[in-house]
Ligand binder design. Structure first.
Ligand code: EPU
Length: 334
């Protein structure tokens, strides 16, 4: 267990914001986590993974916790399925490699998403037609107040689009220590989203590893590598509009891409931003990324305020052009 004071966070947020935390603490076991929670019972706490989905607005006047609980353990196996428990501190993409090496499918469409296993279950990460909720069996946690363990079955996690009970009713109350995934030995492939099928057209019988490689290729064409420019992936959520509102939009823009979503229609924010002419627009060091305008990048010297102002400008522009409110997907931390 390690505790640092006045800790620089630049390497701990993929936006590369140059801010500090009053305390930063890492733990290797559940017992160490409980010790830290006792020690810092009266402090403001933020638990992070790789810091890949947050925007620090200023120095953090509290404790940042990071899990080093690693390891993977097979809990159960049948002819078709495997239950695999993975520590919250494992890098999500390494967990996928581990699963695919053993021929266990389900997570391949989520390849190359930055972040750790614990955060994936809070955020319900998703890509290319799959969300992590689709392969979660249950989530193991520790309650902050009582230090007691609690298991949440997947239904209890109340998953939605980039959403869960851990971001709403139970925000900041439980810390994820491990996630148990339900994986398939004869996985059905999900190829219908975006360009996956096209990327795999030269392979007659694609495997789960082929899907992983296709997803990685597609993502790397559109999303900036952290080494190239800091970002937090998609900055905005794709808005869901009413069927009536969509009909109105489609009358003006017959080519508008869309997906059915419950009793509404999901419209890609990237398309709206592109159409609004905001691609490449800058405020200070923050810029709307050219190749994927859903992403805001730090071109090198952005301060949090640049990103906030640029995001507001994009939101206002989309509202005035289309009458649609788009919301950040990134969590603002103050
Ligand atoms: N588009 C444009 N102009 C552009 C770029 C894209 O019009 O310059 C349009 C495309 O035509 C496409 C649409 O935008 O129809 C959407 O693109 P795509 O489906 O590839 O991705 P997305 O909706 O922008 C979502 C997730 C991503 C995830 C991809 C793939 C959200 C907020 N984002 O993005 O997740 O990787 O789908 O499944 O749901 C993340 O959460 O950080 C993230 C990267």
């Amino acid at each position: 267990m390690k505790v640092y004071e006045h800790f620089p966070l630049k390497a701990w947020n993929t936006f590369s914001m140059d801010v500090k935390a009053r305390y930063f603490a890492e733990y290797d076991t559940k017992d160490e986590l409980c010790e830290l929670l006792k020690q810092f019972a009266n402090e403001k706490i933020l638990h992070i993974g790789c810091g890949s989905n947050l925007l620090f607005l200023n120095d953090y006047d509290g404790v940042i916790l990071h899990s080093n609980i690693t390891g993977a353990e097979k809990l159960h196996e049948t002819d078709n399925e495997v239950l695999l428990k993975v520590g919250a501190g494992v890098v999500f993409d390494s967990a996928i490699s581990y699963m695919l090496e053993r021929g266990w499918g389900g997570a391949e469409n989520l390849s190359d998403i930055p972040g750790e296993v614990g955060a994936s279950a809070v955020q319900n990460i998703g890509a290319y037609g799959v969300e992590v909720k689709d392969i979660i069996h249950h989530v193991e946690t520790i309650e902050r107040k009582t230090l007691l363990p609690r298991v949440f079955g997947v239904a209890e996690c109340r998953y939605g689009y980039r959403d869960s009970i851990f971001k709403n009713e139970l925000k900041d109350e439980y810390i994820v220590t491990a996630v148990v995934f339900r994986l398939q030995k004869h996985a059905e492939l999900h190829l219908d989203y975006g360009n996956i099928r096209q990327e795999l057209q030269h392979i007659e019988h694609p495997t789960i590893s082929d899907v992983r490689h296709a997803v990685i290729t597609i993502r790397r064409q559109k999303l900036p590598a952290v080494s190239e420019a800091g970002s937090a992936g998609s900055f905005f959520k794709n808005p869901i509009v009413s069927v009536e509102k969509f009909a109105e939009l489609q009358a003006s823009y017959p080519d508008i891409p869309h997906y059915e979503s419950g009793n509404g229609v999901k419209v890609p924010a990237a398309w709206l931003i592109d159409k609004s002419g905001m691609k490449g627009k800058k405020i200070g060091g923050a810029m709307v990324y050219e190749k994927q305008p859903l992403v805001i990048v730090n071109t090198g010297d952005a301060v949090p305020e640049d990103v906030v102002k640029l995001a507001e400008k994009v939101q206002k522009k989309i509202y005035s052009e289309f009458g649609i409110k788009i919301e950040p997907e990134v969590n603002y931390i103050s």
